[in-house]
Design a protein around this ligand. Sequence first.
Ligand code: ADP
Length: 193
Amino acid sequence: MINIILFGPPGSGKGTQSEKLIEKYNFRHLSTGDLLRSEIAAKKPLGIEAKSFMDKGQLVPDSIVIGMISSVLDANPQAKGFLFDGFPRTKAQSQALDALLKDKHTEISLFLALEVSEDELVKRLLNRGLTSGRSDDVNEEIIRARIIEYENKTMVVADYYKQYNKVVTIKGEGSINEIFSSLCHEIDKKMPL
Ligand code: ADP
């Protein structure tokens, strides 16, 4: 089983690259952003609670996202591997994920970190806001708040996985296909022959 974390700031291309990766490798895609948005769309209590944080560009409390991930892992015992997108985003989430995977006798195989400059991130997110229908993409202040949350709470997650030598940094600027090939190159090195 191969489990991958696709890491990077908001707007770094995790969603775009995840779609291509799951098509190629058949991983089970696990995006906490998508899961939260579907809870909101279904007007579930969890979604209503999460929305108040998301609309301000803040991270949703750890207990909410960890519970959500735990249910999806339990619901997919046959998965050949998971691609985590937008999770873990805090050190507590990383520790919880490691424990959940350990229970299932597996672990994170690779941590791929996309690197993109802040100016490029803001440009991409404002552009995405024109069509995504996501309220957190239309306002530059909320976008900046999300980047600050990333710097204050999420960047440490890369240090956490560095201690296990699992981190590979990938340049997240260039064409979608160029970035995709760099990611595949690293994943293929981890694939059983
Ligand atoms: P982006 O990567 O562009 O920020 P996401 O769809 O991954 O988009 O996340 C949107 C919002 O959902 C975040 O700003 C945050 O409020 C919430 N969120 C998503 N994943 C997590 C997580 N793992 N922990 C806490 N909050 C999360």
